[in-house]
Design a protein around this ligand. Structure first.
Ligand code: PBG
Length: 332
């Protein structure tokens, strides 16, 4: 339906913007701490909070500090934490076996959060890149990222995460058939209530650079990820991927990166009406923080504006490194 607008002066649209009270009354979208999933980096050691230079304000925490971080997030009203491990380079192998070690960093961090704050949802990443000596999300055979053998490994990885107690599994690998394989493996193992948030439309993006520093994958990666992540020029393909993943048993879907792909968020929400998330990725965070630190942008303002953009585009929630800072402002 097309909105009707009477001619001036019967319609003066500025009437609706005159005072804060009136602006609040007619505001169309809202942003709350409940919209956020907070991505958190974990590492070995004790009592460590190690800054990540390309992500000012973000740290890698040792597992013993993760419970405290979860308590803080919970107190701020953030419903979910997403874990990313910085794996000891010595544990990175060609067979990626650390990915399904029940005592790997990610699984220990999951148990620590569940012990500290049972009510906060824990999400984990399914992909081989933190464990792969080649830095890729899948196994590499003769320079090719192989699909089906990778999916078998992803199933083992996801089952070990489910055993550790995660609520949401986020396959970020972009292999074909992984959602169906994960869903049936979870059903078969009695983990029928574990959610799958599929990184369904994940683009081969330059905006992941700081994240790869954060998980120590930058040096390892040979080549790029264009044979499995999407071409940034495509839209219809995103819809095909999302539909396929929903049919295979994804409960929620994600578009990634976020800000440069708001058109995809909007289309995905309109077409499928499924729970839709965007990942405001490391490079998006880094560029806003860098400009704010230089005094070129008002950091707080652009943070909230960028997050509201996702709600406007139809997203139900946002994975963002700004989660605690934004929740603090929105909740207070
Ligand atoms: C890898 C993964 C990536 C991110 C989340 N999971 C990077 C990649 O695909 O290379 C990126 C997140 C970010 O940039 O914040 N499976």
């Amino acid at each position: 339906m097309k909105p009707t607008v009477a001619a001036f002066p019967a319609t003066r649209l500025r009437r609706l913007r005159r005072t804060p009270a009136i602006r609040a009354l007619v505001q169309e979208n809202t942003l709350t701490p409940a919209d956020f999933i907070w991505p958190v980096f974990v590492r070995e050691g004790e009592g460590i909070e190690e800054p990540i230079p390309s992500m000012p304000g973000v740290v890698r925490r040792s597992v013993d500090l993760i419970g405290q971080a979860a308590r803080e997030a919970h107190a701020l009203g953030i419903p979910a934490i997403c874990l990313f491990p910085y794996t000891d380079p010595a544990l990175k192998t060609e067979d990626c076996a650390e990915a399904w070690n029940p005592d790997n960093l990610s699984n220990r961090a999951t148990r620590a959060i569940k012990e500290a704050v049972p009510d906060i949802a824990v999400m984990t990443d399914v992909a081989l890149d933190p464990y792969n000596i080649n830095g890729h999300d899948g196994f590499v055979e003769d320079g090719v990222i192989v699909n089906d053998r990778t999916v078998e490994a992803l199933v083992k990885q996801a089952l070990s995460q489910a055993e550790a107690g995660v609520d949401i599994i986020g396959p970020s690998d972009m292999m074909d058939g992984r959602i169906g394989a994960l869903r049936s493996a979870l059903e078969g193992a009695g983990h029928q209530d574990v959610l799958l948030l599929s990184y369904a439309a994940k683009y081969a993006s330059g905006f992941y650079g700081p994240f790869r520093d954060a998980v120590g994958a930058s040096g390892a990666l040979k080549g790029d990820k264009s044979t499995y992540q999407m071409n940034p020029a495509n839209t219809d393909e995103a819809l095909r991927l999302i539909e396929r993943d929903l049919q295979e048993g994804a409960d929620m879907i994600m578009v990634k990166p976020g800000m440069p792909y708001l058109d995809i968020c909007r289309r995905a929400k309109e077409v499928f009406a499924a729970p839709t998330f965007a990942y405001q990725v490391s490079g998006e965070y880094a560029m806003l923080q860098a400009a704010a630190q230089n005094g070129w942008l008002d950091g707080e303002k652009v943070m909230l504006e960028s997050l509201m953009a996702f709600k406007r585009a139809g997203c139900d929630g946002i994975l963002t490194y700004f989660a605690p800072a934004a929740a603090e402002i929105l909740g207070g």
